[in-house]
Design a protein around this ligand. Sequence first.
Ligand code: NAP
Length: 265
Amino acid sequence: MDVYGLIGNPVGHSLSPPMHEAGYEECGIDARYVTFEPPKGEGAAAVEAAATLDVAGLNVTVPFKQDVLDAVDPAPLADRIGAVNTIDFATDPPTGYNTDAAGATRALESHGVDLSGRAVVVGAGGAGRAVAFGLADADMTVAIANRTEEKAHDLAADVPDATGHGLDTLGDLVADADVLVNATTVGMKEDQSPVPADALHGGLAVLDAVYDPIETRLLRDAADAGATTVDGAWMLLYQGVETFETWTGVDAPAEPMNDALRARL
Ligand code: NAP
């Protein structure tokens, strides 16, 4: 039996075990997916311990996505993003991947969204970095808007053809955009949106990375404006699908994985 897992602190709330185990069951793969909560600052040590214990693969979440870079050989995209969320122990040293970028692009594509034209990414934290690289690599022109404007400029300097902005010009950026992604935490704890409702329009596809709640204020406003909406559970699903395929080499069964995920939301 293969053991896969997740390191994070905290990890108690994770939806990844049922999602991945639904995939193993559907594909007849003899594997389990478990969660580990190492102390903060011990991400690289946890990866070394997992290698010793013959763990086949690890997902990595907050606060370890940068720490584990010291214990892996990062794949080119993870290296550019500067964060790892998936580790494959089939190589020595283990290889570090970032599947959050594909999580966003595959979520949008699964809803028929054409990834060309202009995108606005709100947020320049971990999720914002991954999404901005994913959309730029898909050939979109990306505008990054962040509350701390300097972080948007820093990220834009790394992402091909991207521009950095504060939140004050968000309305104008969105008016001209084809795709909008919320990669901030706004909407998670309170019924608020990071984007003015009157900037939203019917030509937009809107992905909200926030998945708790599943229907955020931004997605409700976007639906009212006639936009295509994609909730954050789709991004979570497709980062899991991408990870599953990286680890097993088998096409992931997205439907049962999605059912297992949504049953717990
Ligand atoms: P993070 O690194 O802590 O970044 C947080 C971002 O939110 C920063 O850009 C921050 O701006 C912004 N922000 C926080 N409070 C704000 C406010 N009141 N007004 C405007 N901007 C604000 O977090 P993260 O890891 O990127 O996660 C961001 C969100 O994405 C979370 O909700 C997380 O659950 C979600 N996520 C979803 C998936 C998925 O698969 N669906 C994957 C990863 C993350 P400053 O830089 O100015 O602080």
